[in-house]
Design a protein around this ligand. Sequence first.
Ligand code: 86X
Length: 480
Amino acid sequence: MSDIGVTVKKGDNFSEWYTEVVLKSGMAEYSPIKGCMILREQSYSVWEKIQEVFNRKIKETGHRNVYFPMFIPESFLKKESEHFEGFVPEVAWVTEGGSTKLEEKLAIRPTSETIIYATFAKWIRSWRDLPIKINQWCNIVRWETKATKPFLRTREFLWQEGHTAHMTSEEAEKEVMDILGEYRDVMENYLAIPVLVGVKTDSEKFAGALYTTTLEAIMPDGKALQMGTSHNLGQNFAKVFDIKFIGEDEKEHKVWQTSWGISTRLIGALVMVHGDDKGLVMPPKVAPTQVVIVPITYKAADSEAILEKAKEILEKLKAKGFTAVLDDRAEYTPGWKFNQWELKGVPVRIEIGPRDLKQEQVTLARRDTYQKTTAKMGEAVQATEKLLEEIQSNLYARAKAVLEEKTTTVQDYEGFQKALRNNGGFIKAAWCGNPECEEKIKEETGATIRLKPFEKEKAVGNCVYCGKKDGEIVYFAKSY
Ligand code: 86X
């Protein structure tokens, strides 16, 4: 029995707990290839939900989905060596077709800038061709040398990559921020994970970008996780790929570009942030199954009547658009079923037993707090709907409290090191802007600057490393 449920406590060994939950809940399975995993029904369903939500958002704002080849000629990546140099050791190559050596080896896309922007150069002639706002959902391969971890760092993963080209710098800037806002909405209001948003420092930004904006969450072990990124590419790629247009002024201009992405990494964050000692806890808005109905019919004389009621409620829930299942398997006990659905993180369980039937009620058990309540049989659907909403907001509130608890403001380096040691999480401190201080802190503590908050939240203090005046307040953390 013990090998069915989770055997490691989240608070005892977080890393082992994570792996156990991911495997036992039916989220992922290891594959024969190191660093490549199988996305099972539980996780793929969450991915589909993320796709559904994000597709709706970007289509509303005029983006369209496309699909580019997964092979990128070596010469394309070389053209961009300035921006991709650091990544070269991570590229996987195809060198043969059948038994014939290829004339030019092909990279398996680690990201698609080069192939997409070479194509933009063909598509764009005049200002009338702009803007171009495209997105693709695809797989990506990066031959990681660091230890891999399901969802967080795998050699193959799924993502969306958005790529846009605009007439003006202002338009590109707005695009970067609009997408950042949509990402934030997905993360906070669907996945129930609060994030900090801001700008990367020069040493942490994408080399091909003018600036990189980022969304960062904190995991229960105190490490930060980058949840998504939206880049302002300026005219950097337009110069390399010669993407130009004749403007209304009849002069030639280079386009202004953006790129942005989120990946299946978000699913790893979901497990880490909300899961507990019994397994997954799914936020209702992305839960593959929102409600499970378990009839308690063993040894019950009125099992027929119980089942009938259960089916009635199931149909009503479905009609209202909820994803509900009726677990009427006779070969398992209710207790076994409870454990299994808890492991899978189903937010609400409806129990109907002989006593419930007699009193014309149902018992509702919520996954986040394990609290049980009863509702009148006729109000079961309404009560469930309300409970799902409550769970969604409670999960967010709980995660938000953790984020706050794991954020420490410090004045000096001693305080910095102490906070990092004792509490982990985000350290809010002033930084003079010198990359050398940033690098020293990284070397000495392992923490990096995760982001600089946006203008409106700006504050100043003495640099936590060198003590220089009027440094800007930034967020440091150790990270995944
Ligand atoms: C950076 C930049 C950008 C579109 C995103 O962050 C969102 C979606 N792309 C990705 N990046 C690389 O450019 C890269 C390149 C190579 Cl060749 C590689 F092997 C790994 C990479 N990793 C990240």
